[in-house]
Design a protein. Structure first.
Length: 198
């Protein structure tokens, strides 16, 4: 009788351990799926972002970082060039909404035809770089304001790259926001951007 009680007690312990293990596996799978969904959504938004990025074009970017524009703007409305076609992305330089037939994706950057050729014909250099965190995202706003000013007022092309760095140890995210402009104008633009800092 005592042996039967010992066997039942052992079986009960094993059963409880299996149930706990099953619960942990379910939690892991749910968390993993949620993470995959978040990554997939981020990747989808990156394809439609205003200024996506590419580590091959920017060798200073960390290979371990995820590059996404935090002001990701999904194409709204119809194509700038084809009123009847829905927009699927935005030119990294001018911000024009582009349809499937107009958009040119080059190394993860989206362009209209005109600005794709402009991009290829220029050498680009970082004008300004800002490090932010989710609590301090406002620190990089002046880069976006300056980019808009350059295009709308001076017709000077530029684009923004954001490198997200996830620090697993400290459970934090840092963003390096980089504004690129034509290399030939770097010095002048670096002086001009100082007026936009708050």
């Amino acid at each position: 009788m005592e042996n039967q009680f010992l066997v039942l007690n052992t079986m009960l312990g094993v059963l409880i351990a299996l149930i706990v293990l099953l619960i942990l596996v379910i939690i892991y799978l749910l968390t993993s799926r949620r993470l995959k969904d978040d990554i997939s959504q981020t990747n989808n938004q990156q394809q439609l972002s205003k200024t996506p990025s590419d580590p091959l074009l920017h060798p200073n970017s960390s290979q371990n970082s995820s590059q996404v524009d935090p002001t990701t703007k999904i194409a709204e409305g119809n194509c700038h060039f084809h009123d009847e076609l829905r927009g699927v992305g935005i030119c990294s330089i001018c911000g024009a909404t582009l349809c499937e037939s107009c958009i040119i994706n080059h190394d993860s950057l989206n362009f209209c035809n005109e600005h794709f050729h402009l991009f290829l014909s220029n050498n680009w250099k970082v004008i300004e770089k800002v490090k932010t965190t989710p609590d301090q995202a406002h620190l990089g706003h002046y880069l976006y304001n300056f980019k808009e000013y350059l295009w709308n007022t001076l017709n000077t092309p530029s684009y923004i790259i954001v490198n997200y760095k996830i620090n697993v140890e400290h459970d934090s995210i840092e963003s390096d926001i980089e504004l690129y402009g034509p290399e030939a104008e770097t010095e002048a633009l670096q002086k001009d951007i100082q007026k936009f800092k708050h």
